[in-house]
Design a protein around this ligand. Sequence first.
Ligand SMILES: [Fe+2]
Length: 193
Amino acid sequence: MKIVTTNLKREINASKDVCLWNHWDHEHLTMIHKGYHKTNLIYENNTVAFFEEYVTLPGLSFFPIKTIVFLTNTNNPDGSTTVSTYGKQLGIWSLSEATYLEKEEDKTEIKLSYTFYLTGIFKFIPSFFRYMSKRHNKRAFEEDIPLKLRRQKVKALNFKDFGGSEINSEFSLPLKKLKISPVLQHPIFSKKK
Ligand SMILES: [Fe+2]
């Protein structure tokens, strides 16, 4: 087995809670990001989420890959929060970790670590996985910027939803979803409701 890790760092003018709101919003994956075709939530509580996803690699949009994903939310002693994503795609285990630290008010540093556990022929192409990690992160980060900044504004303006309720300014999991949400269609999730 060959283990390949890629570490990256980003910064955004948004609070840590806004970043976590974005990260745990499963619905935004197919709406905002290229390459995400379907997300089916299987289980979620206030620290974990388990779902299946249909994704495609850049240039291979005709070939969706089904992946099983497990997400955890961990608060660290230094005030940062780490969202860990455990996955398996094409027989390859992966662990992605995003650690959010609000360095100053409404300014968050994001440390990212993508690790793949390569077996078989994949062991011989670790540089491909490093390249894909960097490419994926650049694209996903840029696609998320307008959404994160809009969410930051929504909080700053104390926006009320269409029912007149205030948006909860304290981040808490699981996030509220509409009953007709496209991520709530998996039969196991429906059964547990
Ligand atoms: Fe995103």
